[in-house]
Ligand binder design. Structure first.
Ligand SMILES: Cc1cc2nc3c(=O)[nH]c(=O)nc-3n(C[C@H](O)[C@H](O)[C@H](O)COP(=O)(O)OP(=O)(O)OC[C@H]3O[C@@H](n4cnc5c(N)ncnc54)[C@H](O)[C@@H]3O)c2cc1C
Length: 452
């Protein structure tokens, strides 16, 4: 509704309002603000709570490029380039650590081997460095890993992970320096539409007049859009994540890891060790600083284990390892994303620990460091909805990332900005992500583990 009362009460004016201060909204703001004059055509991000209070704050931050589709693999490749060079270009650290990502195939069966090789071919065609690994190569890469003799995996040596909270902060700083305004504690309660066009948004008592609104509100997007009469298949899901201590990480030096490879006891316990697969040298992941006290290491590459259904990535600055489910089993639909409980259930924590220790027995003695659930948005084919929606001029959605949106955010931001500017979209395939695709072809695609 757009009444006279609202028209009179308009407090702020923007060209584009982005709803949601997660990694997606901030990346869209960066790229959109760069294309516009900040005084005449302001870009405003409105965030209901604090930046990163949605799933971006809890993301694992893994930057995998191993996808079954060239569309998402290409976006992940382009986004990795942005993340990997972020500190050099922008001058802010986002905690990028090039420790490699190892994806273990679901099984040694012919169909899974075929899928693995197909995916690998896609990566090679896109110029992404990745190599197939047999059991011996995986054992050489990660000392102590338990894999069957016929196991197969794919290793991406050039990637790793970022620190999600630092990345959100850095992306916000970049958005501000590109001319965008960010307002936290500003919950958008309503999108104002008049004559089939977006006219503004309402936050509490205030209204912001604008021509375009991008709903990048993560697990909240479906509810916000349905209040406008736009029903998209976006489900808000509660996703648990568990933390355990990383073998060999020091208790004595919080904030800085000890060498996880040092010490006889670790040697004897078969603790996780990271060797360069080609040279055979012990490398313990990327070293980012010459000063030994500042060196950050990952005890092992990120593990995406399709066989046992989990992921594990070290968090060197806390000495913990994050563990979660790979795939959507155990995700729980929630009505109110903001009420997502603060503690994940005990059973999940036990499962995470035991499953990780089956693959890497060095974790069998690890301490439990607690669990945290986060809210994610899920679509029927596990791919995002990106583009205009609802038949309302100026209304766009960028949501439904189904657990793999952090690694795609730079490409999404660029492509959405191209779309908003009415330019051809080169940063992603808008047909692949068309928000209307389910209406046209029901159950057109179905997604596997994290959109694979
Ligand atoms: C445990 C876990 C691990 C993950 N690991 C990875 C990973 O390793 N790699 C990867 O690529 N992805 C990962 N993901 C997925 C990734 O976190 C998400 O895809 C991505 O962060 C989505 O970002 P977003 O900005 O779209 O949404 P969000 O980060 O959820 O941001 C949406 C924001 O909108 C705000 N908002 C909501 N409603 C309103 C409103 N009405 N008005 C104003 N603001 C509003 C929210 O407060 C929130 O801050 C993981 C997710 C989880 C839960």
């Amino acid at each position: 509704m757009f009444t006279e009362e609202v028209r009179e009460g308009m407090g702020w004016r923007a060209n584009t309002v982005v709803v949601g201060g997660g990694i997606t909204g901030l990346s869209i703001a960066v790229h959109t603000a760069r294309r516009l004059d900040p005084l005449r055509e302001p870009v405003m991000v409105l965030e209901r709570d604090h930046l990163g209070s949605g799933s971006s704050g809890g993301a694992d931050g893994t930057l995998r490029q191993y996808y079954a589709s060239p569309v998402t693999a290409g976006m992940a490749r382009d986004s990795l380039r942005v993340y990997a060079s972020f500190e050099e270009r922008v001058g802010r650290s986002i905690g990028f650590l090039r420790c490699g990502v190892l994806t273990i195939s679901p099984s040694a069966q012919a169909a899974d081997r075929k899928a693995l090789r197909q995916n690998l071919r896609i990566l090679c065609e896109l110029g992404i460095e990745a190599r197939e690994m047999d059991a011996a190569a995986m054992r050489e890469l990660i000392g102590g890993i338990e894999v069957s003799d016929d196991a197969r995996g794919v290793f991406e040596p050039q990637t790793g992970f970022v620190d999600p909270a630092a990345t959100v902060e850095a992306m916000a700083a970049l958005a501000r320096s590109s001319g965008a305004t960010i307002r936290c504690a500003s919950e958008v309660s309503e999108v104002l539409v008049d004559g089939g066009r977006v006219r503004g948004v309402r936050t509490g008592e205030e209204t912001v007049e604008c021509e375009r609104v991008v709903i990048a509100a993560g697990g909240w997007s479906g509810g916000l859009l349905s209040r406008l009469g736009v029903d998209l298949p976006l489900r808000a899901m509660r996703v648990p994540q568990h933390f355990v201590s990383t073998p060999g990480a020091s208790d004595d030096e919080p904030g800085c890891e000890s060498d996880p490879l040092a010490g006889d006891s670790l040697e004897a316990s078969g603790a996780t060790r990271f060797y360069d697969a080609e040279s055979g040298e012990l490398v313990a992941a990327a070293l980012e600083d010459e000063d030994a006290s500042e060196v950050r290491r990952a005890a092992h590459p990120v593990l995406l284990d399709q066989e046992l259904g989990f992921y594990a990535r070290c968090e060197p600055c806390t000495g913990r390892t994050r563990v979660g489910r790979l795939g959507y089993e155990g995700w729980e639909e929630v009505d109110r994303p903001a009420d997502t409980a603060t503690q994940a259930d005990v059973d999940f924590g036990r499962w995470a620990r035991e499953t990780l220790a089956r693959r890497l027995p060095a974790y069998a003695q690890s301490r439990d460091e607690g669990s945290t659930p986060w809210c994610c948005s899920l679509t029927p084919d596990a791919q995002a909805l990106l583009g205009p929606t609802g038949g309302v001029e100026g209304l766009f959605v960028a949501s439904g990332f189904s657990g793999h949106g952090f690694q795609l955010a730079p490409a999404v931001g660029e492509g959405m900005a191209q779309m908003l500017a009415g330019q051809p979209v080169s940063a992603f395939d808008p047909v692949f992500f068309d928000p209307g695709r389910f209406a046209a072809v029901p159950a057109a695609r179905s997604g596997g583990a994290f959109g694979l």
